[in-house]
Design a binder for this molecule. Structure first.
Ligand code: Z5A
Ligand code: MG
Length: 213
């Protein structure tokens, strides 16, 4: 029998929505209960030379022009595109903490007139398409209850408010809406985890039954 292809599962959402927490839990769950290998990635991948430039920018120790840093974030995904494709083709499921959705909304939130969502989406075209993007949705009050922001460049309230609005636009966009499942991330960690597992189960079945190429 032919090996089933792996799936590409993406976590997205605002800061402190619980992406890294749920990503790690899902990887563990799939490793224990799934029948495939699982690869865990996160973007930005700060370990590559491009990722180190991004890290320095986020930490505030270097400056980058808005379009340049946008393209570096995108390049950081393209660096791993072939790895993701090969893993999936070989039957390994890939779980990713942030993807091009973050890439688009954080850049567009800067309000640079020549850096709107459409411009930001362009360099991401052709990246492996997620089988599901789990959007962890949290309101401002619940997010605030999870503690203050860190010291990185985008961790400011006005930026986060614009990011929230742009994520809202992206979630309903014609090109994205079929891939996105919204999860109420304001619930406790275990409840969110169960919702994630159920949404992933449905997505995996859809791929395996041929409903999604
Ligand atoms: N960025 C960009 O501009 N362009 C791009 O292309 C990409 C990213 C990919 C760094 O990202 C920055 O890069 C980010 C976007 C920009 N800027 N900002 N702002 P990052 O992924 O490295 O950011 P992070 O440090 O991982 O933080 P985060 O993603 O904001 O957090 P999170 O992963 O969503 O949350 P968490 O670490 O899982 O949980 C946060 C806390 O809440 C923690 O104490 C948990 O224990 C707690 N938690 C989690 N879930 C719950 C529930 N359900 N209830 C109560 N408490 C909870
Ligand atoms: Mg995180």
């Amino acid at each position: 029998m032919a090996t089933k292809r792996g799936k590409l599962i993406v976590f997205e959402g605002l800061d402190r929505s619980g992406k890294s927490t749920q990503c790690a839990r899902l990887v563990e769950y799939l490793r224990q209960n799934g029948s495939t290998d699982v690869k865990h990635l996160r973007f930005p991948d700060r370990t590559t030379p491009i990722g180190q430039m991004i890290n320095n920018y986020l930490a505030g120790s270097s400056q980058q022009e808005d379009h340049v840093i946008h393209l570096l974030f995108s390049a950081n995904r393209w660096e791993l595109a072939q790895t993701i494709e090969s893993a999936i083709a070989g039957g390994t499921t890939v779980v990713v903490d942030r993807y091009y959705y973050s890439g688009c909304v954080y850049s567009a939130a800067k309000q640079n007139p020549s850096l709107d969502l459409a411009w930001c989406r362009h360099p991401e075209i052709g990246l492996p398409r997620p089988d599901i993007c789990l959007f962890l949705d949290i309101n401002a009050e619940d997010a605030a209850n999870r503690g203050g922001y860190g010291n990185e460049r985008y961790e400011k309230q006005d930026m986060q408010d614009r990011v929230r609005g742009l994520f809202g636009e992206m979630r309903i966009h014609e090109d994205e809406k079929d891939d996105i499942v919204v999860i109420d991330a304001g619930k406790d960690i275990e409840t969110v985890e169960k919702c994630v597992q159920e949404a992933v189960r449905v997505a995996i079945e859809r791929v395996d039954s041929g409903d999604r190429p």
